[in-house]
Design a protein around this ligand. Structure first.
Ligand SMILES: NC(=O)C1=CN([C@@H]2O[C@H](COP(=O)(O)OP(=O)(O)OC[C@H]3O[C@@H](n4cnc5c(N)ncnc54)[C@H](OP(=O)(O)O)[C@@H]3O)[C@@H](O)[C@H]2O)C=CC1
Ligand SMILES: O=C1O[C@H](COP(=O)(O)O)[C@@H](O)[C@H](O)[C@H]1O
Length: 595
């Protein structure tokens, strides 16, 4: 069966193809590497302990899958905790006569920083959604790890508050939640304590029940403790004979130097292919769809160049401020928080050349080429802003510096607009305009592609003098209300000759009844499957920082003051002037988009 038809395919269709064809790589390298690829390993038919009647008393709770169902003729072995569990899982495998490729595997997912905001808001709910969809491996355990003191029951209570079921999938939801929560545990420990991670390791082993152990650590913690955790986890908590992977959350440093230092620190303890740097925008459905739109539709790819495209706009806006995250945000600002990662990643995917294949390395190679073809940003190509307090309808919305965790007089930008250029044959001279802001009038992320004027347009007179308004525009709305629409010109029906602009519209909610999975679901599944396509490679990260570091340093050294804009407004006027320098108008602010 082709994996693409499977219920929970990873992002890689090519991995699917290899699997469905029984590619030789399955039989050779994959299982022999120190950290074999779980997806491949798990799909290899194994004997699954089927000849053994192992009534293993392992620490899995009721509702979890038992180690095996016994076969009638097999010898019976009763294995108590502290019996065969005293052995490494490899020794255990040998003890029962199986080599690594024949043993069933299990995945232990440790959410480091489980007491925090991201873990509650995104990671546990995404894991539950995967569990609900039967996308997690048959054998898995989830551990929360943080300094806060909590019992397993308390963790479950905390997690249960943020679990939800999709609107279209509420069947057996509470039952599923209960089963899921039974597979969640907690261990309290310090982030720099090998001893505490050794205790975690012991608990993980108890739950792994002698299966081939694969371990995924999700670092949902502030970046200053990433290395401590990786050091302790790799020395006391990594899998001895399965794979060990680490998902690292942003920010990956503040500039080129600190990012390189972080990478060096991580690589003291991990190989690059164990590091999964997450940019959750890459897991968003419409960002995933970019390559499909472009490379599987004949009509778009021929237009995808300076010959037909006048400018590209990457727009992120949020209608709320930094409330509650001011402490973190003030040290980073909107350029590091959104532009250097989320918007730049989208730009790279948008602008890359056709990759050799959809394999992770082929795609990431093309993205790096785009980033390395770009000029570092200049101060004159950037406008920064900061929101100020605003009263509307009797409600007063706080300014950025009204937040107690933000230093008074902070110059940190909560808004930025920038013009970027790609110096290659395809994109020479095409402005890529980025705009990102907090506390604006709306919450929206979109990619806007404005096409050139039609040469020798027969209908010039019907458009008046403003030809820009009559050009085609392709809009990829990443969120909310995911959509792809193309603005075209058409005749208004009737006897006269008047033109109108209309949208050819693919609105996802009308086209598909299925709810779109959260980005974290896709990315967690990919990390479990060993699929790296949607994670950032270290050379991509270096190239991204090189573009922004000189600008960030200059802004800070020269103490450039941001232009203030009212909470809930459309942002600073400066953004319009910046766009006008390149003969561009922001598409999201045109009359047809705002009415
Ligand atoms: N929250 C979000 O929406 C997003 C967050 N991120 C990134 O994800 C990571 C986690 O974010 P978030 O959950 O918001 O972070 P939190 O500030 O909530 O921190 C997570 C946990 O880390 C521990 N912790 C916090 N500060 C420190 C410290 N100074 N020293 C040691 N431990 C500390 C706390 O656990 P305890 O005290 O129990 O040990 C806390 O519960 C960060 O890197 C963040 O940048 C990325 C995108 C969005
Ligand atoms: O990474 C971040 O993203 C969120 C926005 O994510 P979204 O998926 O809700 O669009 C942003 O609010 C936050 O500041 C930033 O760190």
């Amino acid at each position: 069966m082709a994996l693409s038809a499977a219920k929970c395919p990873s992002s890689s269709s090519s991995a699917a193809a290899r699997l469905s064809l029984g590619h030789p790589s399955l039989r050779s390298s994959t299982l022999l590497r120190p950290f074999p690829n779980s997806a491949l390993a798990q799909r290899i038919p194994s004997r699954s302990f089927k000849n053994w009647n192992l009534s293993v008393v392992c620490k899995q709770e009721a509702g979890a899958v038992p180690v095996s169902s016994g076969a009638e003729e097999a010898p019976s072995k009763n294995v108590e905790n502290g019996g065969l569990f005293g052995l490494s899982s490899e020794e255990y495998g040998h003890a029962i006569g199986l080599d690594a490729s024949e043993r069933e595997s299990t995945v232990s997912i440790t959410v480091v920083g489980a007491s925090g905001d991201l873990a509650k808001k995104k990671i546990f709910p995404a894991l539950f959604a995967l569990y609900y969809e039967d996308c997690l491996p048959k054998h898995f355990t989830i551990f929360g790890y943080a300094r806060s003191k909590m019992t397993d029951a308390e963790l479950r209570t905390m997690v249960s508050k943020t679990l939800t079921c999709r609107i279209d999938k509420s069947e057996n939801c509470s039952e599923k939640m209960e089963q899921f929560l039974k597979r969640c545990f907690y261990h309290s420990g310090q982030y720099d304590s090998e001893e505490n991670f050794a205790e975690l390791d012991k608990k993980l082993k108890e739950h792994e029940c002698g299966r081939l152990p694969n371990r995924l650590f999700y670092l949902s913690i502030p970046p200053n403790i990433f290395i401590d955790v990786v050091k302790s986890a790799s020395q006391s908590g990594s899998s001895k004979d399965g794979w060990t992977r680490v998902i690292v959350e942003k920010p990956f440093g503040r500039d080129s130097q600190s990012s390189a230092a972080l990478t060096r620190g991580l690589k003291q303890y991990l190989e690059e292919d164990q590091i999964f740097r997450i940019d959750h925008y890459l897991g968003k459905e419409l960002v995933e769809n970019l390559s499909i739109l472009r490379f599987s539709n004949l009509v778009f790819e021929p237009l995808w160049s300076r010959q037909y495209i006048r400018n590209v706009q990457l727009i992120f806006s949020e209608d709320f401020g930094t409330e509650g995250r001011g402490g973190y945000f003030d040290n980073y600002g909107i350029i590091r928080d959104i532009m250097q990662n989320h918007l730049l990643q989208i730009l790279a995917l948008f602008a890359m050349e056709t990759p050799v294949s959809m394999d992770a390395e082929d795609i990431r190679n093309e993205k790096v080429k785009v980033l390395r073809s770009m000029k570092p940003l200049q101060l004159e190509d950037v406008v920064i802003g900061q929101y100020k307090s605003h009263t509307k309808g009797g409600v007063t919305y706080p300014g950025y510096t009204d937040d107690k965790s933000v230093p008074k007089g902070s110059l940190t930008p909560t808004f930025a607009a920038a013009a970027l250029f790609i110096d290659n044959a395809r994109w020479d001279g095409v402005p890529f305009l980025m705009k990102a802001g907090k506390a604006l009038h709306t919450r929206r992320t979109e990619i806007r592609v404005q096409f050139r004027h039609v040469p020798g347009n027969l209908y010039k007179r019907s458009f008046g003098t403003d030809l820009d308004r009559a050009t085609n525009e392709l809009v990829i709305r990443v969120q909310p209300d995911e959509a792809i629409y193309l603005k075209i010109n058409n005749k208004i029906p009737g006897l006269g000759m008047r033109l109108d602009r209309s949208n050819l519209n693919l609105l996802y909610a009308s086209r598909y009844s299925k709810e779109i999975p959260d980005a974290y679901e896709r990315l967690l599944l990919d990390a479990i499957e060993g699929e790296r396509r949607l994670f950032i490679r270290s050379d991509e990260l270096d190239a991204a920082w090189e573009l922004f570091t000189p600008l960030l340093k200059e802004l800070e050294e020269k103490k450039i003051g941001p232009e203030l804009y009212p909470y809930g407004s459309r942002g600073p006027i400066g953004a319009h002037y910046l766009a006008a320098n390149y003969n561009v108008r922001w598409g999201d602010l045109s009359a047809s988009e705002t009415t």
